[in-house]
Design a protein around this ligand. Sequence first.
Ligand SMILES: [Zn+2]
Length: 299
Amino acid sequence: MTVNTENKRNGIGYCECHGHLMMDGTDFSAAREHHRRGVDVDLLRSALSDLSAAGVRYFRDGGDRFGVSLLGRDIASEYGIEVVTPVFAIHREGRYGSIVGKSFDDMRSFRLRISELREAGGDFVKIMLSGIITFREWGQLSCEGLDPAEIIEMVHIAHSEGYKVMAHVNGAETVRAAALAGVDSVEHGYFADEAALDIMADKHILWVPTLSAVEAFIGREGINRMVAEKTLKEQLDSLSKARECGIPVASGSDSGAVGVPHGSGTLREYELLRRAGFTTEEIASSNEELRHTFSACSR
Ligand SMILES: [Zn+2]
């Protein structure tokens, strides 16, 4: 019996702990154009339908600028899925993140974004603390990480407003800063070093390593294949260490990103996590912990 059938039979279902209902798994720009002048409900329903068919029952969205995940949360029960969303992600003006959210340029405007999120009914806060992987040189990111002092302030504000914090972060130094600041989950977490893992273990911080999203770059045109392969391999090695030191690792594929179709992307993430040594039970237990931490009623 496949794990999929088994999960369905047990009524457990899969968890997608980091996805984007706004994206379609193939062409980001086209999907964005569809939603730009109001949510394209057919496209949204097709994403939910694919997720449901694969057995996904929980979906934590990483945010979008057009209200797609917000509407998705409203209609997801028709597909047997629970969706939680930060509405939009919050990034520093001029740094990475405009594709999934809105910007701030000082702490006053950061606080205003949190009020906006509250008005819209967001379930938690998503912050963007670093760039994305360039796949040109191993370890290279598209822009530098935010200042550690600023990260501490952002996390403090979000927590004092009663929200849990989902943090997009790559790079050893910025992952360390995010973990020290006490984010509730590290998203991606590529190039995290041992010191970063130690802090995450000490503080029992959830990690969503989005392996499928990086695997999807291997063999893509214009991408240095060796760099992509090494990035995935090193992340798998770090995850084996994370498992040994008890860091809770949850499954989130970046569902909807290019090369990560809704549904099959989530299933692939489970396979890759098992390759790093996690058992299906361990993944399910971390997912449950994440689900509990980020549930709207935990605020
Ligand atoms: Zn994402």
